[in-house]
Design a protein around this ligand. Structure first.
Ligand code: IPE
Ligand code: IPE
Ligand code: MG
Ligand code: MG
Ligand code: MG
Length: 310
């Protein structure tokens, strides 16, 4: 196992207050839209929609939404459109969290500072709420209000299936479960985490460029930015599981160790893992050079991914 001296790598720039304000702004916007997109119906399915709302509405950091809206704003996308793509990815992400917490997976009792959905309702409702959040996320992208050009909508949908299916989040989650028992090296771990976490963050960053119908190199640069950010983000997640403040994190700590999960902090030790997360931020920043100062809020998002306390 290679060990990188953390001191050899500079920590990222502290998060800019302008980013904190912009993130809060996106959170407000996407939560208002999610509230509008998930009306509670009159029939017996109301319980399902209540569970979906409880999964997606309270308490997320909204980093994925931020990447969509901020990347889009930088390239001139109207916020009404980018917020819809942001709502779609937040719904899909919420589904991933609900299923991740199930007894058959991480068996976690809390999420976002509240009881996990399968405890607030029951397992069957949590499974179905996840299913419906996943499915409805694609309906939002398919709606012409997201973009008038069907080719753009199809590109968003096709990329989201890749980011969340066998080659993305779900594939990464199955590797993550298997990794509990086997010997996983850094190359395997990097691939696993890129699939389970990086792919959805890359979709989020690239979708602003898709909505802008930007040239392919810009789509590609934002996708790679999201992947490096994702690597930093998951290393930070694993460090929080190991040494976070329980009052801030909002989910049970020590689960990775209890479940024998492969993490970079486990392979290298926390200090070297932190150093690698800082290196990932530097790589992420390098992907933004072609956008100049317009990308400053995205640069702060990369710092946030590594330095966050929750
Ligand atoms: C948690 O994601 C799951 C991981 C991919 C590590 P977030 O930390 O973005 O969760 P919320 O949306 O802010 O609750
Ligand atoms: C899960 O990773 C990532 C997902 C695809 C949901 P973790 O299992 O580490 O996420 P947390 O720590 O429960 O949020
Ligand atoms: Mg998990
Ligand atoms: Mg988990
Ligand atoms: Mg975790």
């Amino acid at each position: 196992v290679s060990t990188l001296p953390a001191a050899a790598i500079d920590p990222p720039q502290p998060v800019d207050p302008a980013f904190t304000a912009a993130l809060a702004d996106v959170a407000r916007g996407v939560e208002a839209l999610l509230d509008h997109l998930l009306p509670v119906p009159a029939g017996g399915e109301a319980r399902l929609v209540h569970a979906m709302r409880d999964a997606v509405l309270p308490g997320g950091k909204r980093l994925r939404a931020f990447l969509v809206v901020s990347g889009g704003a930088m390239l001139g996308v109207p916020v009404e459109r980018s917020l819809r793509a942001a709502a779609a990815v937040e719904m899909l992400h919420a589904y991933a969290l609900v299923h991740d917490d199930l007894p058959a997976m991480d068996d976690a009792q809390t999420r976002r500072g509240r009881p996990a959905l399968h405890l607030a309702y029951d397992e069957a409702t949590a499974i179905l709420a996840g299913d419906a959040l996943l499915t409805e996320s694609f309906a939002i992208l398919a709606d012409p209000a997201t973009h008038p050009d069907p080719a753009v909508r199809i590109a968003l949908i096709a990329r989201l299936t890749a980011a969340s299916g066998t080659s993305g989040m779900a594939g990464g989650q199955v590797l993550d479960l298997g990794a509990a028992d086997s010997d996983v090296g850094e190359t395997d771990l990097r691939r696993l985490q890129d699939m389970k976490t990086g792919a959805l963050l890359a979709w989020s960053a690239a979708s602003g460029a898709l909505l802008a119908e930007a040239p392919q190199p810009q789509v590609q640069a934002l996708d790679e930015f999201g992947r490096w950010l994702g690597w930093a983000f998951q290393i930070a997640d694993d460090l929080l599981d190991l040494e976070g403040d329980p009052a801030q994190v909002g989910k049970p700590l020590g689960r990775d160790d209890a479940l024998g999960k492969a993490t970079l902090a486990g392979l290298r030790g926390p200090d070297s893992a932190r150093g690698e997360s800082w290196r990932a931020v530097t790589e992420a920043l390098g992907c933004l050079d072609l956008f100049g100062q317009k990308a400053d809020l995205l640069r702060s998002a990369a710092s946030f991914a590594a330095l966050r306390r929750n």
